[in-house]
Structure formats: structure tokens, C-alpha cells
Design a protein around this ligand. Structure first.
Ligand code: BDP
Length: 714
């Protein structure tokens, strides 16, 4: 009987320890599986000294103890004295030992950076993780654990790390009823109904995960905002979340519905120049800060896609943003005012509208306002040229908005590693102040001397056990944090870190998974929107191909508006002969895109209406190139499947099967995209799909007849 019970416990324990459901993200802390390295680490780390009992230092202490006992397979004792192998952790204020080291690098680490240094103290080798603040200490601890998780040497550490961007933020598009706009990973993790009394353990794990990659802010609610979240009933719930996140250096933000003074305040207007309205927001800010003393501020979507805003009262975006900024300023709160605006009435090329509205407002915003700009001018497409506002508003801090949730990138089923796409935009040169004026330098404030800086991304997190629905969605969350901290990191390096922590340090496995990840974005661009095609997805839910769609209530929600295919060719002419959107870029950028012979082919149809017979660099005609690219996309997905299949023995069954099944869906979807798009565009090109390629299995009518009334995420 006793034996049976023991056996049961052993089985139970092994299940608990080895259940690979993805919940632990990249913070798995499994025993180092390289014997030599394990011995080295065990010899180098024999004790932990961390003094101080602030919530932040307690969080750091808990993490280092948990992390080390997992990675080193034994409990590392807390110490009061130095011995060889002491890991000394803290700030000069929390630890006399750290103070006595007088580390010169702490002059450079500011209020979030950290240093990790190997030192000799009283003849003893120690490692010091030091920072000026608790948040810095925590980031240092996570970085140190990452070194071990990724099997780095720790003999002669001399690391100084400081974030390049100040506000590193997740934007949850979560509604108060727990649905998530464009969410493909279940419902919202914020259980509003049970808050503030019921604290889901996930909240803390969410905070740990974010802190581990340097994310220091979270906007809890959808940009299509509900004013209710600003009422006391909800503020109490927000405060409960804020108190869980605080030790992890994470501030909460809310979306502010512009019409809130009318909807929950009983006023007749929300006009930003009305004194009563201004006072209402001031009172509201005061109230919020009573609940949440370190509240971060507001994210606002105004006068866009039906949301209320200052233009309802004949005021401009700066007047709207400044009113909120004035209300938040006494408490050091900020406003992140979105530039994703386009008007239903304006017939102007949608590409141009944000620039047209915001560029004239440069210099008109309060110092605590950032204008949050999507990476591209249209809307999170698989590949977009950089937004022309970057570099065009030198007097205004511009914040980057990426999208982790893959609304237009295969949603919840496609493996697409987004870092290469983020990097493409960050590394793009705006030429705003001559060569080298990259988008990254605009948003990190260096180009125009701003200290208020930020990078945000629309979250892909939900209640799914593995957080992001597709396991590889975790890599995008990870990449956002790492890039916001340091945009000079390469996609390859970030993938490397993530795979080592999430799967294994085994070189063969590491390289195979990395190669899948690094090829995935280009693969998707090819099977969805090659050569600069954009916004040809299904109407409203954005699932699957629908280049034929022309029935939306407004022109610029229709794929036909964006691809403009006709008997002569395909593509949106944005040169001076067309919409002239290119005039919004600096002359250098404009020239390159304007001249069809220098326009990079991956952006060709963004800017040119090109003849079907146009000769591409490959020697193929445009039509043939399109057929080629769509087929390359499918081929690449099949290669990803084959690579994944080859790793069966090296990956636990649970995650292996999960990804395998999703790759099968991805392959089907890639074929569907290719066949539907080629059949449709063929009605204009009137040319055959070359015989060397697989021919579509169905007719165009079949693809056009497919309907998805219950597609997720709407
Ligand atoms: C679009 C989404 C829509 C969002 C909007 C936004 O389709 O659901 O509300 O962006 O960013 O991509 O506000």
C-alpha cells in the first residue's frame, strides 16, 4: 500500500515537474544539463547575499533563490558574510557591501540599468549584481539567470546594461467582459469580475515574465475604450493589479475614452477646451492617483474608426492630448496619444492621413505627451515600409507601436517570428538628419534629444495555458521586451536566447529551431502578400485571403482599394503621378522608392502600379515573379514542417505535437492563400500559372464562397 502511494507521488511529481505545457515561458529554470558547466556554476556561486526587505528586493530575492535552486539543483544559502562564491545583490542604499564597492559603473546605470561584475574582495572571488534602484537589481538578477540558462561563461563578468528606451509597454486590447480584440489566445487574463479580492496566481507570473525582459508598463484595456474602467468600482480592481506588478517595476496604464466626461461624468460635452471638462479630468486624475499612486497614465485612440475625440468638438489632436496631459502632469503621468487615425470621409490615400493630421501639430504637445505611431502607415501588415511620421516630428517624442498579436500575420495558427520584421523598421533610415537617422534613433530619443521615449506592442497574451496560443507567440513577446531594452540586439541573438531558455542549449536543436524562426517571417510575406501587396485579407475578421472583396462600407477597408489590380497591372501608385504619398518621406527615401528601378522589390506594389509583364530583377515577369513568390512561401512552410518533424526525438511530446499540428494548419493556409490569390489576380493578368508549380485544387468561386462568421478575435 505504502509503495503504491509512493509510486503515485513520484508519478505525480514527475508530471508536475515535466509537464511541458508552455506555462513557464522562458523562465523554466531546469537543472543545467551540461555536467562541466554545472560544476563550474556550482563552484562560482556558493551563497547569496541580498539585504533589504523592500517589495522589489524581496521579488529579486525570491527569483534568484528559485532560479538558482532549479538551475543548480541545490539550494544556495543566504549569507551575511562574504565567502568565495558569494553572489552579492543590491543597491548602495540597501547594502553596505555594495556601497563599499563604490562601483563607478553605477554612475551610468541610471534608475533602471544594472551592472554584473566579477570582483575580488578580501581575497575572495565574488559576483556583484548592483543597481541604483530595486528595479535595476531585479533586471540584473533576471539577466544573471539568463546567462546561466543560456550556458554562458560567468568567470570574468563585466556587464553594464541600460535600457535604450524608457517606457517599454504592452498594450492589452482587453475588454471588461474579458473578450480580447484581435486576441487568439483565449480570454483576457484580467478577471475583472473576481478582482480585487481574487488574485489569480497568473498575475504574478505575468509580472515576472515581463520584468525578466525589461517590460515596465502595461496598458490593461482596449484602445477601443470603455469609460467604465475609470469608475471607482473598476479603479479598485486596477489598484489590486497595480500592487502585484509594483514590486516588478511595472506600472499600469489605462485607455481613456474621450467621451468619459459625458458617459460617466454626467457632463453635456467632452470638449477639451471646456473648463468643466478640463476640471472633470483633473478630478479624475486625482482620484486615480489616490487608488494607484504610481499610475502610469493614459493611452488614447481618438477620432479613429468611430472612437470619440477632440475633433467631435472642432478641436485638434494636440488640444485633446494636452487636456489629459495637464490633468496627469502633477503626478508625473504621461499620455500616449495614438497616431493611428484615418477619416471615413476623407478620400485621401489612407497611407497619408496620419502624417497629414499630425505633422502640422509638431511642437504643439505638452512635454508629457508621446505620439504613438504604428510601425507602418497602414495597419500592421506582414510587411510595411516605415511610417513617414518617424523623423518628421522632431519636436515631439514619438513612440513605436508594434503588434504582437498576429492579426494580419496568420493569427493564432501561424508560426511567425516577428523580430526580423521589427528590426526591418527599427533599422530603416529616415534620413531626417542625414544618413544614419534610423527609426530606432528617432524612438530612443537620440536623434532629436528627447528623454521621454517608448516602445509598445499590442499584446498576444490570453488565458490559454501557454499564454500566447501558439507556443512560438511567446518568442514575439520575448523579442519585444528585449528590443525595447536594446534595439541593437539582432533577431538571431534574441531567437538564440529564447530557444535556449524555452527548449534547449543543444546546438543541433538550437540551430534547427532558430532556422525555422528566422525564415518564418519572409515565408509568410511570400504566401500572403509578396512584393509589397497589402491588406488583402478577409473583411473585418482579417482571416485568410480575400483580395476580391469590395463590399466594405468604406473604400479603404476593401482589399481592391489596396492592390488596384486591373488588366494593365497591379499595385498602388503612390508616386508623384499617383497619390504622392511618397512626398511624406525625406527626399532620399522618396527618391529610392519613387524610381521603380531602385525601389526594393519587397516594397514594389506599395508604391507602384506595375505592368504584369514588367521585368523583375530575377528576369521573370511580374506575374511570373508573383507565382514564384507565392510558391516559395508554401515551399518554406513545408521546409519548416520537415525541420520540425526531424526534431521529434529531441522535444517533449506535448510541445512537439502542439507545434506540429499548428504547422499543418499553416501549410494548408499557405496553400489556400497562394491558390486563392493567384486565381484571383489571374483574372487580370490573363496569364497561366507556370506549369512547374502546383495548380490550385479549387476554382476561384470556391475560394470566394468561403465564409468565417465565427473567426476569432473580433
Ligand atoms: C486594427 C484592428 C482594430 C483595432 C485598430 C487599432 O483591426 O481591431 O482597433 O487596428 O489599432 O488593426 O485601433
Amino acid at each position: 500500500m505504502k509503495k503504491a502511494v509512493l509510486l503515485f507521488y513520484c508519478l505525480f511529481l514527475s508530471f508536475v515537474v515535466f509537464a511541458e505545457d508552455g506555462y513557464q515561458l522562458w523562465l523554466r529554470y531546469y537543472l543545467i544539463d551540461n555536467k562541466n558547466l554545472l560544476e563550474q556554476y556550482r563552484a562560482a556561486i556558493t551563497g547569496i547575499q541580498i539585504n533589504g526587505n523592500t517589495p522589489g528586493l524581496e521579488a529579486a530575492k525570491e527569483e534568484i533563490i528559485t532560479g538558482l535552486s532549479g538551475l543548480l539543483g541545490k539550494k544556495i544559502p543566504l549569507q551575511k558574510e562574504f565567502t568565495t562564491g558569494t553572489l552579492l545583490i543590491g543597491t548602495p542604499a540597501s547594502s553596505n557591501q555594495i556601497k563599499s564597492l563604490s562601483l563607478p559603473q553605477l554612475q551610468k546605470t541610471g534608475d533602471e540599468g544594472f551592472s554584473i561584475t566579477t570582483l575580488k574582495r578580501n581575497g575572495k572571488n565574488i559576483i556583484a549584481i548592483a543597481a541604483n534602484t530595486d528595479a535595476g537589481v531585479l533586471y540584473g538578477v533576471f539577466h544573471f539567470l539568463r546567462l546561466l540558462q543560456t550556458h554562458q561563461g560567468i568567470q570574468n563578468l563585466s556587464i553594464v546594461s541600460v535600457p535604450k528606451v524608457r517606457n517599454r509597454i504592452l498594450n492589452h486590447w482587453d475588454n471588461l467582459d474579458r473578450t480580447v480584440e484581435r486576441g487568439y489566445a483565449g480570454f483576457s487574463i484580467w478577471d475583472w469580475h473576481k478582482l480585487p479580492d481574487y488574485i489569480d496566481p497568473r498575475y504574478k507570473d505575468y509580472a515576472r515574465a515581463n520584468a525578466s525582459i525589461g517590460i515596465n508598463g502595461t496598458v490593461l484595456t482596449n484602445v477601443n475604450a470603455n469609460a467604465l474602467v475609470l469608475t471607482p468600482q473598476y479603479l479598485e480592481k486596477v489598484a489590486a493589479l497595480a500592487s502585484i506588478f509594483r514590486p516588478y517595476g511595472i506600472k499600469v496604464y489605462l485607455t481613456a475614452r474621450f467621451s468619459a466626461p459625458v458617459e460617466i461624468g454626467g457632463l453635456k460635452t467632452a470638449d477639451p477646451l471646456d473648463h468643466q471638462v478640463q476640471q472633470w479630468w483633473k478630478d479624475k486624475a486625482k482620484e486615480i492617483y489616490q487608488y494607484i499612486p504610481d499610475f502610469g497614465g493614459f493611452l488614447v485612440k481618438a477620432n479613429s474608426e468611430g472612437q470619440p475625440g477632440p475633433q467631435n468638438y472642432g478641436r485638434n489632436h494636440a488640444e485633446g492630448a494636452n487636456m489629459l496631459a495637464d490633468a496627469l502632469a502633477p503626478y508625473k503621468g504621461i499620455v500616449m496619444w495614438r497616431a493611428f487615425v484615418y477619416s471615413g470621409e476623407t478620400p485621401e490615400d489612407r497611407f497619408k492621413q496620419a502624417y497629414s493630421e499630425f505633422k502640422p501639430l509638431d511642437g504643439k504637445f505638452r512635454p508629457n505627451v508621446m505620439v504613438q505611431v504604428k510601425n507602418g502607415p497602414i495597419d500592421f501588415q506582414p510587411r510595411e515600409p516605415f511610417h513617414p511620421l518617424f523623423g518628421a516630428m522632431p519636436q515631439t517624442p514619438l513612440m513605436m507601436e508594434f503588434q504582437l498579436t498576429q492579426e494580419y500575420l496568420g493569427q493564432g495558427t501561424n508560426l511567425v517570428y516577428e523580430a526580423p520584421m521589427f528590426k526591418e523598421v527599427l533599422d530603416a533610415d529616415t534620413y531626417a538628419k542625414g544618413k544614419g537617422s534610423t527609426v530606432a534613433n528617432v524612438i530612443d530619443g537620440r536623434l532629436d534629444g528627447h528623454t521621454l521615449t517608448g516602445m509598445a506592442a499590442v499584446s498576444n497574451i490570453g488565458t490559454d495555458r501557454n499564454w500566447t496560443g501558439h507556443l512560438f507567440g511567446q518568442a514575439n513577446w520575448y523579442a519585444l521586451g528585449r528590443l525595447a531594452w536594446d534595439h541593437t540586439l539582432t533577431s538571431e541573438k534574441i531567437a538564440d536566447e529564447w530557444v535556449r531558455q524555452t527548449f534547449s542549449n543543444n546546438t543541433t536543436l538550437l540551430n534547427s529551431i532558430k532556422s525555422i524562426m528566422l525564415s518564418s517571417h519572409e515565408a509568410m510575406v511570400n504566401y500572403m502578400t509578396p512584393l509589397g501587396l497589402h491588406h488583402i485579407m478577409g473583411y473585418s475578421h482579417h482571416y485568410g485571403p480575400a483580395p476580391w472583396w469590395d463590399k466594405a462600407p468604406r473604400a479603404d477597408w476593401n482589399p481592391v482599394y489596396f492592390h488596384k489590380a486591373d488588366s494593365l497591372g497591379i499595385g498602388f501608385d503612390r508616386t508623384s503621378k499617383g497619390s504622392n504619398a511618397l512626398a511624406q518621406y525625406t527626399p532620399e527615401v522618396r527618391k529610392r522608392f519613387e524610381d521603380i528601378s531602385t525601389c526594393p522589390e519587397e516594397y514594389l506594389l506599395w508604391f507602384h502600379h506595375v505592368s504584369w509583364k514588367y521585368k523583375m530583377k530575377s528576369g521573370r515577369t511580374l506575374w511570373e515573379e508573383m507565382c514564384y513568390k507565392y510558391n516559395e512561401g508554401v515551399k518554406a512552410v513545408r521546409a519548416m514542417q520537415a525541420q520540425w518533424a526531424g526534431m521529434e526525438k529531441a522535444i517533449d511530446k506535448e510541445r512537439f505535437e502542439h507545434v506540429k499540428m499548428l504547422l499543418n494548419i499553416q501549410e494548408k493556409e499557405a496553400v489556400w492563400w497562394r491558390d486563392a490569390c493567384l486565381l484571383y489576380f489571374q483574372t487580370f493578368s490573363k496569364m497561366p500559372i507556370p506549369a512547374q508549380y502546383e495548380q490550385p485544387a479549387h476554382t476561384l468561386e470556391y475560394y470566394e464562397s468561403l465564409k468565417f462568421p465565427n473567426a476569432p478575435g473580433i
